[in-house]
Design a protein around this ligand. Structure first.
Ligand SMILES: Nc1nc2c(c(=O)[nH]1)N[C@H]1C(S)=C(S)[C@@H](COP(=O)(O)OP(=O)(O)OC[C@H]3O[C@@H](n4cnc5c(N)ncnc54)[C@H](O)[C@@H]3O)O[C@H]1N2
Ligand code: MOO
Length: 404
């Protein structure tokens, strides 16, 4: 391993800048129904095609009247008849052109014969109690801009604006190739020497969260020909290829070698742990990532690298987790030359939030993966003391933090 352990690696930012300079994102546009648009990235600015109300609408449940009847104060309406002198017009209703104002139903008692008795304080002007044409939305009014991610409330705006098919950026198709003869699929009991393929599921769903369309390949054994077949199939169909495992120097680590022989390696080994043997390459103009195999390494590499690649293709920023300030419950050393991700259990007591750092190398890997927080140490940080207050990223809502 020698000096390859810590020294001379690019930071994540430097590595990504070089990687991004080496390939151009292709952006395809497709049209999806409103019902399928949530979570998708808008491909262009959208403006309303509708005007609402189309003509007018009552502001409340009431009766539509002629304002002229109120010119000299509250009229005697004992002889009024529905249809001729007034009509019912409830919230949002349009009503015949003969009427031009609406009186709230609380201020107008309708008799059995259709007559009306108004409260003494009713004041009616032309247009009172009426929302005019366009007072909700006007044709041509901007609805959303390109690059926004569609949410359920946005659907309401798009629906009102008469958008039925939504132009969105196509999801980047990311092929994920899990490798290693020792792996068995989730749900199969591992025998001696075997390990569970935990990354395929984790990375598939992380990629979905990032906005990609993952294509998870079947497990590839440690066999160069098998790997090459999977790699070429992935390259011919996907926008991004991720080979998982075999990134370091093991006997069966053909993956890095295959990629090296097939394209241009931009970086191999990054100042980010776990997962420093991550490799970025370009093959046939497409970004290829050799994501390290250990679960925490695959997670961190997905978060900083695969997410950035997906976000670049989609033209969106990478997501930022909310942070809280928490007291470290123990001292810890970290490697100053490396950005170091640690998973954290955050709890609450009378003094505030407390951070318990989990150790994936000491039997706590599952606890790490299910923890409610994490922290990436900045480069240059050597560690902290018990009681130091640190920013930690929350991975579940603050409302779920347990009180101790
Ligand atoms: N001599 C050296 N050994 C190692 C180095 C090094 O620099 N020199 N780097 C270490 C570091 S750091 C990491 S990170 C790992 C990188 O491992 P690989 O990417 O080569 O992965 P594999 O060797 O294929 O597997 C390692 C480990 O991960 C498990 N794995 C693989 N895929 C999955 C999966 N889909 N789901 C769950 N677990 C997976 C695999 O079973 C192994 O246990 O190398 C260090 N070694
Ligand atoms: O230290 Mo590696 O970078 O274990 O993942």
């Amino acid at each position: 391993m020698g000096e390859k352990i810590m020294d001379g690696f690019p930071t994540r930012e430097e590595a990504l800048a070089d990687f991004f300079a080496a390939w151009e994102p292709m952006r395809r546009v497709e049209h999806v129904a409103l019902d399928d648009a949530v979570g998708r990235v808008l491909a262009c600015d959208l403006a309303s095609r509708n005007t609402l109300p189309v003509v007018r609408a009552s502001s409340f449940d009431g009766i539509a009247v002629r304002a002229s009847a109120f010119k000299n104060g509250v009229p005697d309406a004992s002889g009024w008849r529905p249809g001729a002198d007034y009509v019912r017009a409830d919230t949002g209703d349009d009503f015949p052109d003969a009427f031009d104002a609406v009186v709230m139903i609380e201020k107008a008692a309708i008799g059995e014969n259709g007559s009306v008795t108004f409260d003494d304080d009713v004041a009616v002007e032309p247009g009172s109690g009426v929302r005019p044409r366009g007072s909700t939305l006007r044709e041509g009014e901007p609805l959303m801009s390109a690059g926004s991610i569609v949410r359920p409330t946005d659907l309401a705006a798009l629906a009102m604006g008469g958008i039925s098919m939504v132009p969105v950026r196509a999801k980047p198709r990311v092929a994920f190739i899990p490798t290693g003869s020792e792996l068995v699929p989730a749900g199969i009991k591992p025998r001696r020497g075997q390990n569970v393929d935990a990354n395929s599921l984790m990375c598939k769903h992380l990629l979905i969260e990032y906005g990609a369309e993952p294509v998870v390949f079947p497990l590839v054994h440690d066999d160069p020909a098998e790997l090459e077949r999977a790699f070429e199939a992935a390259l011919s169909t996907a926008d991004v290829v991720v080979v998982n495992g075999g990134s370091a120097l093991g006997e069966e680590d053909f993956n890095a070698k295959l990629i090296e022989g097939r394209g241009q390696v931009v970086h191999h080994y990054i100042a980010a742990v776990p997962g420093r043997p991550l490799m970025m390459a370009v093959v046939d103009g497409k970004p290829v990532v050799n994501l390290p195999g250990p679960v925490m390494a695959a997670y961190f590499g997905s978060e900083w690298c695969l997410q950035a690649v997906t976000a670049r293709i989609l033209g969106i920023p990478v997501r930022r987790h909310p942070t809280v300030r928490a007291r470290a419950d123990a001292a810890k050393a970290s490697i100053p030359k490396m950005a170091n991700i640690a998973r954290v259990r955050v709890t609450r007591d009378d003094e505030g939030y407390m951070a318990h750092f989990l150790d994936f190398k000491a039997g706590e890997l599952a606890a790490c993966m299910t923890s409610n927080a994490q922290r990436v140490s900045p480069l240059g940080e050597a560690g902290w003391d018990k009681g130091d207050v640190l920013d930690v990223e929350l991975l579940r809502g603050e409302e779920f933090i347990e009180k101790r």
